[in-house]
Unconditional design. Structure first.
Length: 126
């Protein structure tokens, strides 16, 4: 009886842990990363206000705010639409000035590297 209970508890713990692993992590897909410069971040309270606004963006999976660097890292679900105007709007709503936005798409980063080296080769052949 005690062994059956231990097995049951172990299985339930495993299922519960699996439920909290994001779908993209299970499938081996990478999130789309957006690096956002934010002017005016000075303290954890500031970061919390910004976090509350940014977390409302559709498709956002994870958010990391680095106060000392003045940067917010936004991680979107694979294939999610990233709208820079929405990001700007949310930053302004939180009372900050949005800066440069860099979008890294893991699927296209290798394609960009390949196409840029092809372009370099074509230009070198001119």
């Amino acid at each position: 009886m005690a062994t059956t209970r231990k097995i049951f508890i172990g299985l339930m713990t495993l299922l519960l842990a699996l439920a909290f692993i994001p779908t993209h992590a299970r499938a081996g897909e990478q999130l789309q990363k957006v690096t956002l410069r934010v002017d005016g971040l000075a303290c954890p309270f500031c970061a919390y206000g910004l976090e509350k606004k940014l977390k409302r963006i559709k498709g956002l999976e994870k958010l990391d705010i680095k106060i000392n660097d003045g940067v917010a890292l936004l991680y979107y679900k694979p294939g999610a639409e990233i709208d820079e105007k929405v990001i700007d709007k949310k930053v302004k709503e939180a009372g900050f000035t949005p800066g440069k936005i860099e979008i890294e798409n893991p699927a296209s980063s290798s394609e960009k590297t390949a196409s840029s080296s092809e372009t370099d080769q074509k230009e070198a052949g001119k």
